[in-house]
Design a protein around this ligand. Structure first.
Ligand code: SF4
Length: 355
């Protein structure tokens, strides 16, 4: 079988091309180099799917570095370009140059890319970038086959279903992500997927960083009474933080779900599973006087720098927060939950700041 290096952007774009190559006498080595993908958790999801597919076929997969800062330098000045414009050409050049270098250094004479299988990309730009990259290394050729033709586009869709691939809804970079995030449902699904690939260690480290930042915040330093939340697995972790600051003299309150609403209870160290979702909550009475609370730590699915928040879709906090107009609201989330902008509607309550 003839050797070929196949630069791979994601599993959905790779499936039909790899299948065609194996059926036509080519053994591809998969080269995964996509520093354009944002955020890092999205990069991990796409890489895991590629690895799963490649390894199921007994193919070697080469994992190139993820250096998003270097990618940003590469497209600097082109951030505002539309998709399929000048930014994309530089993005292709960066990735295909890396693939060409690897190919040249490892005895390949032919390389190509799955980039061409996506409807988001321009064939002419990919060919230009591929030929430019190949020209830097004598003896190397870019295979400029149009991988959308010959039934491959149809087969692409079938394999996505057969393999149950994670099928992203944006090209990859933060600039292409925004269109998808105009839709609340898609945004929630996307963020849920990103948080699901975070390791326990990564969640713990990011949670610790969030609380370190909060501890420097004057509103937190001044607050004696704080409405927090007892975290679920996909939220910034609160238990150790609450226990630490309870021992240091601050008073914490936690929400408790009652029907369609959240009520507030004082945290006294004893918790029981909540009735609707099993989220631990205090066993005591509802606190009706909320005036001592000056700071609220609000979890959410996504936040933006303007303080917009998107919750889980049940509206619990949007009904609770108007009862505490005097208190500062701090959005609490992992890095991958911070978006350039979050879709909102009139009922959504704005945060005073996001930690
Ligand atoms: S839209 Fe896609 S191809 Fe264009 S710069 Fe962003 S990630 Fe690269």
């Amino acid at each position: 079988m003839e050797k070929v290096l196949l630069h791979t952007c994601c599993a959905p774009c790779s499936g039909a091309i790899i299948e065609w190559m194996l059926a036509n006498g080519y053994k591809p080595t998969i080269y995964y180099c996509n520093p354009n993908i944002y955020p890092y958790e999205e990069y991990l999801v796409r890489k895991q799917e590629c690895s799963r597919y490649a390894l199921s076929l007994g193919l070697e997969i080469v994992d190139a570095d993820y250096d998003h800062a270097a990618w940003q330098c590469c497209i600097s000045g082109l951030e505002g370009e539309p998709e399929r414009g000048a930014r994309c050409l530089e993005c292709f050049k960066m990735r295909l140059l890396s693939a060409a270098r690897y190919a040249s250094e490892h005895g390949f004479t032919l390389f190509t890319s799955t980039l061409d299988s996506s409807r988001w990309k321009r064939h002419d730009q990919i060919v230009e970038a591929g030929n430019w990259a190949a020209a830097q290394f004598p003896g190397l050729k870019f295979w400029d086959k149009n991988w959308r033709q010959g039934g491959l586009q149809e087969r692409r869709s079938q394999i996505i279903k057969e393999q149950d691939f994670y099928n992203q809804r944006y090209c990859g970079c933060e600039y292409s992500m925004q269109a998808m995030h105009d839709d609340k449902k898609q945004t929630r699904q996307h963020i849920r997927k990103l948080v699901s690939v975070m390791t326990p260690e990564s969640k713990a480290a990011q949670s610790a960083a969030v609380w370190e930042r909060l501890e420097q915040n004057q509103a937190f330093k001044d607050a004696t009474d704080i409405l927090a939340y007892w975290s679920m697995d996909d939220e910034v972790q609160t238990p150790a933080f609450i226990e630490k600051w309870t021992a240091l003299g601050k008073r914490f309150y936690l929400p408790s779900i009652q029907g369609d609403d959240l009520i507030v209870k004082l945290y006294d160290g004893k918790l029981r599973p909540g009735e609707q979702f099993g989220i631990p909550e205090p066993d005591g009475e509802q606190v009706n006087d909320l005036s001592p609370i000056t700071l609220i730590l609000v979890p959410g699915r996504a936040f933006d720098a303007q303080g917009n928040r998107m919750g889980r879709g049940r509206g619990f906090y949007d009904r609770l927060l108007p009862q505490l107009p005097h208190a500062l609201k701090a959005g609490v989330c992992f890095d991958c939950q911070k978006l350039p902008s979050v879709p909102t509607d009139d009922n959504d309550f704005k945060m005073d700041f996001v930690i």
